[in-house]
Design a protein around this ligand. Structure first.
Ligand SMILES: *Cc1c(COP(=O)(O)O)cnc(C)c1O
Length: 223
Protein backbone atom coordinates (compact mmCIF):
# COMPACT_ATOMS: atom_id res chain seq x y z
CA UNK A 1 0.00 0.00 0.00
CA UNK A 2 1.08 3.55 -0.67
CA UNK A 3 2.38 5.58 2.24
CA UNK A 4 0.14 8.31 3.50
CA UNK A 5 0.92 11.99 3.04
CA UNK A 6 1.59 12.18 6.77
CA UNK A 7 4.07 9.30 6.70
CA UNK A 8 5.91 10.82 3.75
CA UNK A 9 5.99 14.25 5.34
CA UNK A 10 7.28 12.87 8.63
CA UNK A 11 10.00 10.93 6.89
CA UNK A 12 11.23 13.95 4.95
CA UNK A 13 11.07 16.24 7.96
CA UNK A 14 13.09 13.74 9.96
CA UNK A 15 15.81 13.79 7.28
CA UNK A 16 15.86 17.58 7.49
CA UNK A 17 16.24 17.61 11.25
CA UNK A 18 19.58 19.04 12.39
CA UNK A 19 20.36 20.36 8.92
CA UNK A 20 20.20 23.88 7.45
CA UNK A 21 17.38 22.90 5.14
CA UNK A 22 13.69 23.78 5.29
CA UNK A 23 11.02 22.00 3.29
CA UNK A 24 8.80 23.50 0.62
CA UNK A 25 6.00 21.11 -0.29
CA UNK A 26 5.53 21.31 -4.05
CA UNK A 27 1.79 21.06 -4.53
CA UNK A 28 1.45 21.64 -8.27
CA UNK A 29 -1.24 19.58 -10.02
CA UNK A 30 -2.67 18.37 -6.70
CA UNK A 31 -6.20 19.33 -5.66
CA UNK A 32 -6.72 21.72 -2.75
CA UNK A 33 -8.00 18.84 -0.59
CA UNK A 34 -4.50 17.38 -0.51
CA UNK A 35 -3.01 20.74 0.38
CA UNK A 36 -5.58 21.03 3.14
CA UNK A 37 -4.38 17.65 4.46
CA UNK A 38 -0.88 19.06 4.86
CA UNK A 39 -2.26 22.24 6.35
CA UNK A 40 -4.18 20.23 8.93
CA UNK A 41 -0.90 18.51 9.83
CA UNK A 42 0.35 22.04 10.54
CA UNK A 43 2.57 22.19 7.48
CA UNK A 44 2.01 25.47 5.64
CA UNK A 45 4.85 26.15 3.20
CA UNK A 46 3.80 25.39 -0.37
CA UNK A 47 5.43 25.74 -3.77
CA UNK A 48 3.63 26.08 -7.10
CA UNK A 49 5.07 26.53 -10.56
CA UNK A 50 2.15 28.15 -12.39
CA UNK A 51 0.69 31.55 -11.61
CA UNK A 52 -2.93 30.69 -12.34
CA UNK A 53 -2.87 27.54 -10.23
CA UNK A 54 -1.11 29.41 -7.46
CA UNK A 55 -3.63 32.24 -7.32
CA UNK A 56 -6.62 29.86 -7.47
CA UNK A 57 -5.28 27.77 -4.60
CA UNK A 58 -4.39 30.87 -2.62
CA UNK A 59 -7.99 32.04 -2.91
CA UNK A 60 -9.43 28.73 -1.73
CA UNK A 61 -7.12 27.98 1.18
CA UNK A 62 -6.37 29.60 4.57
CA UNK A 63 -4.45 32.84 4.40
CA UNK A 64 -1.55 31.93 6.68
CA UNK A 65 0.01 29.64 4.07
CA UNK A 66 3.44 30.70 2.80
CA UNK A 67 3.40 30.47 -1.00
CA UNK A 68 6.58 30.06 -3.03
CA UNK A 69 6.55 30.52 -6.78
CA UNK A 70 9.10 28.07 -8.21
CA UNK A 71 8.27 28.09 -11.93
CA UNK A 72 8.85 30.45 -14.81
CA UNK A 73 7.17 33.80 -14.32
CA UNK A 74 6.08 36.02 -17.18
CA UNK A 75 6.23 39.75 -16.59
CA UNK A 76 2.57 40.27 -17.36
CA UNK A 77 1.61 37.84 -14.59
CA UNK A 78 3.63 39.33 -11.76
CA UNK A 79 0.68 41.49 -10.72
CA UNK A 80 -1.40 38.44 -9.83
CA UNK A 81 1.07 37.05 -7.29
CA UNK A 82 2.54 40.29 -5.94
CA UNK A 83 -0.17 40.79 -3.29
CA UNK A 84 0.65 37.60 -1.39
CA UNK A 85 3.60 35.54 -2.66
CA UNK A 86 6.27 34.89 -0.01
CA UNK A 87 9.19 34.19 -2.30
CA UNK A 88 9.86 33.97 -6.03
CA UNK A 89 12.53 31.37 -6.81
CA UNK A 90 12.63 31.78 -10.55
CA UNK A 91 13.97 35.25 -11.33
CA UNK A 92 15.92 35.01 -14.55
CA UNK A 93 16.20 38.57 -15.80
CA UNK A 94 16.70 42.12 -14.68
CA UNK A 95 13.50 43.25 -16.38
CA UNK A 96 11.50 40.67 -14.43
CA UNK A 97 13.06 41.90 -11.21
CA UNK A 98 12.10 45.44 -12.13
CA UNK A 99 8.49 44.40 -12.68
CA UNK A 100 8.40 42.50 -9.37
CA UNK A 101 9.71 45.60 -7.62
CA UNK A 102 7.04 47.77 -9.24
CA UNK A 103 4.18 45.44 -8.33
CA UNK A 104 5.50 44.86 -4.81
CA UNK A 105 5.58 48.61 -4.31
CA UNK A 106 1.97 48.95 -5.44
CA UNK A 107 1.10 46.37 -2.79
CA UNK A 108 3.30 48.05 -0.17
CA UNK A 109 5.31 44.86 0.22
CA UNK A 110 8.88 43.68 -0.03
CA UNK A 111 9.10 40.44 -2.01
CA UNK A 112 12.00 38.08 -1.44
CA UNK A 113 13.52 36.74 -4.64
CA UNK A 114 16.02 34.09 -5.66
CA UNK A 115 18.01 34.27 -8.86
CA UNK A 116 17.65 31.02 -10.79
CA UNK A 117 20.97 29.71 -12.05
CA UNK A 118 21.56 27.33 -14.91
CA UNK A 119 23.51 24.50 -13.26
CA UNK A 120 22.35 21.49 -15.28
CA UNK A 121 23.99 19.98 -18.31
CA UNK A 122 20.78 20.05 -20.38
CA UNK A 123 20.11 23.32 -22.10
CA UNK A 124 16.38 22.81 -21.66
CA UNK A 125 16.59 24.00 -18.06
CA UNK A 126 16.20 27.68 -17.45
CA UNK A 127 18.46 29.97 -15.54
CA UNK A 128 21.21 32.55 -15.62
CA UNK A 129 24.88 31.96 -16.26
CA UNK A 130 27.51 33.52 -14.02
CA UNK A 131 28.07 36.55 -16.25
CA UNK A 132 24.37 37.33 -16.30
CA UNK A 133 24.20 36.90 -12.54
CA UNK A 134 26.90 39.49 -11.95
CA UNK A 135 25.32 41.87 -14.45
CA UNK A 136 22.20 41.89 -12.31
CA UNK A 137 24.02 42.14 -8.98
CA UNK A 138 26.26 44.98 -10.17
CA UNK A 139 23.53 47.00 -11.85
CA UNK A 140 23.25 50.59 -10.63
CA UNK A 141 19.51 50.58 -11.11
CA UNK A 142 19.11 47.62 -8.74
CA UNK A 143 20.04 49.90 -5.84
CA UNK A 144 16.77 51.78 -6.33
CA UNK A 145 14.60 48.70 -5.99
CA UNK A 146 13.27 49.12 -2.48
CA UNK A 147 10.52 46.53 -2.72
CA UNK A 148 12.51 43.45 -3.53
CA UNK A 149 15.18 41.60 -1.62
CA UNK A 150 17.58 39.23 -3.33
CA UNK A 151 18.07 36.52 -0.73
CA UNK A 152 19.85 33.79 -2.66
CA UNK A 153 20.06 31.38 -5.56
CA UNK A 154 17.95 28.57 -6.98
CA UNK A 155 19.03 25.74 -9.26
CA UNK A 156 17.86 22.47 -10.75
CA UNK A 157 20.32 19.68 -11.31
CA UNK A 158 20.44 17.51 -14.40
CA UNK A 159 17.83 14.76 -14.46
CA UNK A 160 20.17 11.78 -14.25
CA UNK A 161 20.96 8.73 -12.14
CA UNK A 162 24.55 9.91 -11.96
CA UNK A 163 24.74 11.07 -8.35
CA UNK A 164 28.26 12.41 -8.75
CA UNK A 165 27.12 14.73 -11.48
CA UNK A 166 24.17 15.97 -9.46
CA UNK A 167 26.42 16.52 -6.47
CA UNK A 168 28.94 18.44 -8.57
CA UNK A 169 26.20 20.71 -9.90
CA UNK A 170 24.93 21.45 -6.40
CA UNK A 171 28.51 22.10 -5.26
CA UNK A 172 28.91 24.66 -8.06
CA UNK A 173 25.78 26.46 -6.95
CA UNK A 174 26.97 26.52 -3.34
CA UNK A 175 30.37 27.90 -4.36
CA UNK A 176 28.73 30.65 -6.35
CA UNK A 177 26.38 31.39 -3.48
CA UNK A 178 29.29 31.73 -1.04
CA UNK A 179 31.10 34.09 -3.40
CA UNK A 180 28.11 36.37 -3.77
CA UNK A 181 27.35 36.24 -0.08
CA UNK A 182 30.79 37.55 0.84
CA UNK A 183 31.13 40.07 -1.98
CA UNK A 184 27.68 41.64 -2.16
CA UNK A 185 25.81 43.01 0.78
CA UNK A 186 23.54 45.98 0.20
CA UNK A 187 20.09 47.19 1.24
CA UNK A 188 18.47 44.68 -1.06
CA UNK A 189 21.08 41.96 -1.54
CA UNK A 190 21.43 39.73 1.48
CA UNK A 191 22.12 36.12 0.63
CA UNK A 192 20.92 33.40 2.97
CA UNK A 193 18.98 30.86 0.88
CA UNK A 194 20.04 28.15 -1.56
CA UNK A 195 17.01 26.51 -3.10
CA UNK A 196 18.12 23.15 -4.51
CA UNK A 197 16.96 19.57 -4.34
CA UNK A 198 13.73 17.83 -5.41
CA UNK A 199 12.24 14.42 -4.61
CA UNK A 200 14.98 12.53 -6.43
CA UNK A 201 17.98 14.45 -5.18
CA UNK A 202 17.14 16.41 -2.04
CA UNK A 203 19.30 14.24 0.30
CA UNK A 204 22.34 15.17 -1.83
CA UNK A 205 21.27 18.81 -1.91
CA UNK A 206 21.08 18.89 1.88
CA UNK A 207 24.60 17.48 2.16
CA UNK A 208 25.78 20.19 -0.23
CA UNK A 209 24.27 23.01 1.78
CA UNK A 210 20.70 23.55 0.56
CA UNK A 211 18.59 25.76 2.81
CA UNK A 212 15.35 25.18 0.89
CA UNK A 213 14.38 21.87 -0.71
CA UNK A 214 11.41 21.72 -3.10
CA UNK A 215 9.78 18.32 -2.76
CA UNK A 216 6.59 17.21 -4.47
CA UNK A 217 6.20 13.57 -5.50
CA UNK A 218 8.00 12.19 -2.43
CA UNK A 219 5.13 13.66 -0.39
CA UNK A 220 2.10 13.25 -2.64
CA UNK A 221 3.11 10.35 -4.87
CA UNK A 222 3.49 10.48 -8.64
CA UNK A 223 1.73 13.27 -10.48
C1 LIG B 1 7.84 20.13 -9.75
C2 LIG B 1 9.01 20.87 -9.24
C3 LIG B 1 9.68 20.42 -8.09
C4 LIG B 1 9.31 19.16 -7.33
O1 LIG B 1 9.51 18.03 -8.09
P1 LIG B 1 9.35 16.56 -7.46
O2 LIG B 1 10.24 15.72 -8.28
O3 LIG B 1 7.92 16.21 -7.57
O4 LIG B 1 9.80 16.65 -6.04
C5 LIG B 1 10.75 21.17 -7.65
N1 LIG B 1 11.14 22.30 -8.27
C6 LIG B 1 10.51 22.76 -9.37
C7 LIG B 1 11.00 24.01 -10.00
C8 LIG B 1 9.44 22.06 -9.88
O5 LIG B 1 8.82 22.52 -10.98
Amino acid sequence: MQNSIKENLDEILSKLENTEAKLIAVTKTHPVEKLQTLYDLDFKVFGENRVQELTEKHEKLPKDIQWHLIGTLQKNKVKYVAPFVAMIHSVESFSLLKEINKRAKQNERVIECLLQMHIAEEDTKFGLNETELYEILESEELKNFENIKLVGLMGMATFTDNKNQVRAEFKNLKTLFDKVKTNFKTENIDFREISMGMSGDYPIAIEEGATLVRVGSAIFGKR
